[in-house]
Design a protein around this ligand. Structure first.
Ligand code: DHB
Ligand code: FE
Length: 266
């Protein structure tokens, strides 16, 4: 038996879709093109290629529901660390590293190595959170995530870290680059047809989790990136924009980046 919520959203979805077709006088041919696009995304979608999510993301849907979800939760006004979309490239079971290790597996001499550090804090009390998990992932300088790129070792540029009793964390990663989302599927075709560019500003993804706290999915963005105000999936928020600062006296990193995550308890 259908739940009341399911009845409500399906009635609304159907109404809006019918209105959309009437308002735009959608023809059979145009409808079939839409169906082909959905089938195309389905055919491409597997564990490594999340084309359905990419397609809806370029329409701004994931960013919109992210905003709705966390505004409903009352977190949009007085924000702890803001959320941002998950995107298609997270993988579960990223390697666990000790504090201070690097997620860069193959050296990447051309990469802008970065020392990232900060604390994970309780938003209400400001107290450090012990044993918080920080799950991080970002692209290589060629703009590809490890699962998109056979030349990278498995699980390159991904890792999980656990805070100590002082709530602190630190590790080495790369300063990421802006890059185009994959263009070889329906999402790319749609962008091309709309004369839209495919660029995401340079970003690092995170999922933070700690016992007793609401998990946080977010991204941080490089202020100096030229696409910072023009993200193809509309995910940038002011409070998530960060500065990569020159780092002195560390042969392992050219840049330093500090960021504190503030989590909300249940
Ligand atoms: C999307 C998100 C990403 O983080 C990314 O790197 C590429 C695409 C997306 O939301 O579709
Ligand atoms: Fe990404």
């Amino acid at each position: 038996k259908a739940s009341p919520r399911l009845r409500q959203v399906m009635a609304s979805l159907t109404r809006h879709l019918h209105d959309f077709c009437r308002e735009n006088e959608i023809t059979v041919e145009e409808y079939m093109a839409g169906v082909a696009m959905i089938n195309g995304a389905g055919k491409m979608s597997d564990a490594k290629r999340n084309e359905g999510q990419l397609l809806t993301d370029v329409l701004g849907l994931e960013t919109l529901v992210d905003e709705i979800t966390y505004t409903l939760a009352g977190e949009a006004v007085d924000i702890p660390t803001a959320t941002a979309i998950l995107g298609p490239f997270w993988r579960k079971d990223a390697p666990v590293y000790a504090m201070g290790e690097s997620i860069v597996m193959n050296g990447i001499p051309e990469g802008d190595h970065t020392f990232m550090s900060g604390r994970v804090l309780d938003f209400d009390t400001g107290e450090p959170i012990e044993n918080a998990e920080i799950d991080i992932w970002h692209t290589a300088p060629n703009g590809l995530y490890e699962q998109q790129d056979p030349s990278q070792p498995d699980m390159n540029l991904r890792g999980r870290f656990y805070t100590g009793s002082d709530g602190k964390y630190n590790f080495y990663c790369l300063r990421p680059t802006s890059y185009p989302i994959p263009m070889d599927g329906p999402a790319g075709k749609l962008l091309t047809l709309l004369d839209r560019h495919a660029m995401r500003p340079a970003h690092i993804h995170f999922i933070l989790s700690a016992e007793g706290y609401k998990p946080l999915t977010t991204q941080i963005f490089d202020r100096r990136d030229r696409y910072i105000d023009d993200d193809v999936v509309f995910a940038v928020k002011d409070s998530l924009v960060v500065d990569f600062l020159p780092r002195e006296g560390d042969p392992r990193a050219r840049f330093g980046l500090e960021y504190d995550f503030k989590l909300v308890s249940y």
